[in-house]
Design a binder for this molecule. Structure first.
Ligand code: DSN
Length: 418
């Protein structure tokens, strides 16, 4: 099995950490990773994030640092920014956010005052906690008005969003989601924002790779702010990024540093430069297309097996399985646990209008970026869909789970991680 970076020093000096590291490498190698927000980075990204760049403080921005010795930090950050601009065709980019939530918080800090109104997708309908959940700082500092999906189509309803925008006059309208399987019409969000004098922030964390490859419409031309993580479909190191129009550049940069962060994680920024370089290559588009083809194959086969997929299918890298029609007594929590025993990693997820609480849920969220990185294709997706169905039908009984577990390991052995 590839160890990605040399870990021999850990092996010889710290057996406890070594054991944990080995266990995780084995777990990742021997499981089918269907968590829609995860991926396996390349050897080159792994080397960058495990490099000497982790040793360096570089508060500030290229050419304007608060520490000496930043010449190579400047080169790395400039390279990451240039590549991000080329990839997304944006006017300005800040590659320093430590995460997607940090990126979102910096936009709020730049565009809003405490108490201002944000219109965003309800978490229970596929939104994200940093878009206004009551127990998140976004929900504590701002007045949140939520839009949901239509009960029948299970897709966002622009008539409803426009009505809510006109009634509540938000300062910021957020598009983007963490569990929404359909194409997002960013232009219409921008149009509605313009109509009510709001700014539009598109959070493309989940679909950034698809957007970069031109396989999902881009919000960059019309949205004031576009935030993303770099580690999901984009397949870079863990981290965040903010793209914005030129006129927001100074404010956004100042809201990241010194506004909300200190020293940037320069090893992650070097990894971002590597990942953006990979995403600029033609093979990245082929990879993203395969993610889509795999998601469609998986959703189709799950449907053929009798499962209900929220909104009837998927346009992107993920889908939501509604467990209620076929397995009324099975919660998302049960399903996630049984599948994990079989070596299939998913996450329980609320589905629109779910009657169960978030710790139980009636749904599973499933995505294909990580399996696609391992070279799996549509036939593998059909096999995996049938395994999922077998495990769910077993109601957690050991024999079926045991049988699927050994088949999962055999498939994983044929598809090594990068
Ligand atoms: N927690 C991430 C996800 O799984 O979608 C979003 O931050």
């Amino acid at each position: 099995m590839s160890t990605a970076v040399d870990t021999s020093a850990i092996e010889s000096t710290d057996s406890k950490v070594w054991d944990i590291l080995q266990a995780e490498q084995t777990r990742q190698h021997q499981t089918i990773e269907l968590i829609a927000s995860e991926n396996h980075v390349s050897q080159a990204v792994m080397e960058a994030t495990g490099s000497v760049f982790t040793n360096k403080y570089a508060e500030g921005y290229p050419g304007r640092r608060y520490y000496g010795g930043c010449v190579n930090m400047d080169a790395a950050e400039d390279l990451a920014r240039d590549r991000a601009k080329e990839l997304f065709k944006c006017e300005h980019v800040n590659v320093q956010p430590h995460s997607g939530s940090q990126a979102n918080a910096a936009v709020y800090f730049a565009a809003l005052k405490p108490g201002d109104t944000i219109l965003s997708l309800d978490l229970a309908h596929g939104g994200h906690l940093s878009h206004g959940l009551k127990v998140n700082m976004s929900g504590m500092l701002y007045n949140i008005v939520s839009y949901g999906v239509d009960r029948k189509t299970e897709q966002v309803d622009f008539a409803e969003i426009r009505r809510l925008a006109q009634e509540n006059k938000p300062k910021l309208i957020i598009s983007g989601a963490s569990a929404y399987p359909r194409t997002i019409d960013f232009d219409t969000f921008s149009e509605i924002a313009d109509e009510v004098g709001a700014a539009h922030m598109a959070d493309i964390a989940h679909i950034a790779g698809l957007v970069a490859a031109g396989l999902h419409p881009s919000p960059v031309p019309t949205a004031a702010f576009v935030t993303t993580t770099t580690h999901k479909t984009l397949r870079g190191p863990r981290g965040g990024m903010i793209m914005c129009k030129e006129d927001w550049k100074t404010k956004i940069d100042s809201r990241i540093f010194p506004g909300s962060q200190g020293g940037p994680l320069m090893h992650a920024i070097l990894g971002k430069a590597v990942a953006f370089g990979e995403a600029l290559k033609p093979e990245f588009k082929t990879y993203q297309q395969q993610i889509l083809d795999n998601a469609k194959a998986l959703a189709d086969e799950l449907t053929t097996c009798g499962n209900r997929i929220v909104s009837g299918g998927t346009d992107n890298h993920l889908m939501l399985v509604d467990l209620r029609p076929q397995y009324p007594d099975v919660t998302g929590k049960d399903a996630e646990a049984w599948l994990e025993q079989a070596g299939i990693i998913t996450n329980k997820n609320m589905i629109p209008f779910d009657e169960r609480k978030p710790t139980l849920t009636s749904g599973l969220r499933i995505g294909t970026p990580a399996l696609t990185t391992r070279g799996m294709k549509q036939d593998d997706m059909k096999t995996i869909a049938r395994w999922i169905d077998r495990v769910l039908q077993s109601q957690g009984k050991g024999d079926a789970i045991f049988a699927v577990r050994s088949e999962v390991i055999a498939l994983c052995d044929q598809h090594p991680m990068p």
